[in-house]
Design a protein around this ligand. Sequence first.
Ligand SMILES: Cc1ncc(COP(=O)(O)O)c(C=O)c1O
Length: 393
Amino acid sequence: MSAERMEKKKTLDLRKKHIGPSCKIFFSHDPIKIIRAKGQYMYDEKGQQYLDCINNVAHVGHCHPDVVKAGAQQMELLNTNSRFLHDNLVLYAQRLQDTLPDKLSVCYFVNSGSEANDLALRLAWQYTGHKDIITLDNAYHGHVSSLIDISPYKFHHASDTELNQSVHVAPSPDVYRGKYRADHPDPATAYADEVKDIIHGVHEKGGKIAAFIAESLQSCGGQVIPPPGYFQQVAEHVRKAGGIFIADEVQVGFGRVGSHFWAFQLQGEDFVPDIVTMGKPIGNGHPMSCVVTTREVAEAFMSSGMEYFNTFGGNPVSCAIGMAVLDVIEKEDLQGNALRVGRHLTRLLEKQKEKHPLVGDIRGRGLFSGMELVKDRLKLTPATAEAQEVIYR
Ligand SMILES: Cc1ncc(COP(=O)(O)O)c(C=O)c1O
């Protein structure tokens, strides 16, 4: 029976029976069954059109014809693993490199954001020979075991004995409700000094820092824009301790921030991470992701003597799709669009702030923008139920 002809209730019943109960569903009171999508719209089984305000993956629009065509054409011709020579793999790596600082020149293609961040940790451990990782409070970096360990967003409720003792949590550089706020004379230094203190603490206990990992702008962690200069200072402390800097661009990369292609570039040209991880929009829905690093880190990974093999990562179909996504971003000036539409959206949201005391803060860059709801603008009491209602509507 075709899925489209199945009654919604039957789909839900089968889902309850066969799909793990921890896999949540949107709008659980009355779940929406989506059967097709085009551009910015999704359609349910009755033809009802929805404007998709949730997706952070369909970067160039759902089912973009150029992307679909690139995938289909390559699928008709060949799909295999990256142990064979193939032009798509090297040309795509070159295309990605063109968007990045020269130093970030070596790619590993993988299949999901989680896989990319897990590999980034392996690279860091191998390159530095160290073990300890510093992550930010409220961070989420993926669902595999190594990443739950560095994702306070997920492990908040864990007991001390369950926590990985080599993971250290630095305060989120949130100047709205964090430890140091916009009225602080130098929040970048204050937050970076917190990282420096953690490094001292680790050294005192005989540990050594392998890496600091952060999203270039924290997404699930609360739409946090780090103060300018924060990453430069953190990188200095971390590198002095022999560690490296991993920038997670899984949510915020590929021009979404409008003014730059990568969100770490918002911190200034003098900041270059040692590893950048990419995912979500990279394939516009096709499961693929990438880790980009320096030649030095890649050579150190090689020196372990262990081959890195990934069955699907970097296959010709994924690379064709990845290239088509980059082409569309360029051809349709989607980075410029993110800047222009993002500015417009921010202006509209600012008007809501003037009208409603519930709106505490509007913040973001380009089309990575958000609104924080509070019950009290001075105490910043979270308006959780109200926020949930707004999201639902
Ligand atoms: C910032 C960030 N990193 C990594 C991941 C993990 O990506 P995936 O779900 O593709 O494994 C996510 C997913 O939400 C994410 O938001």
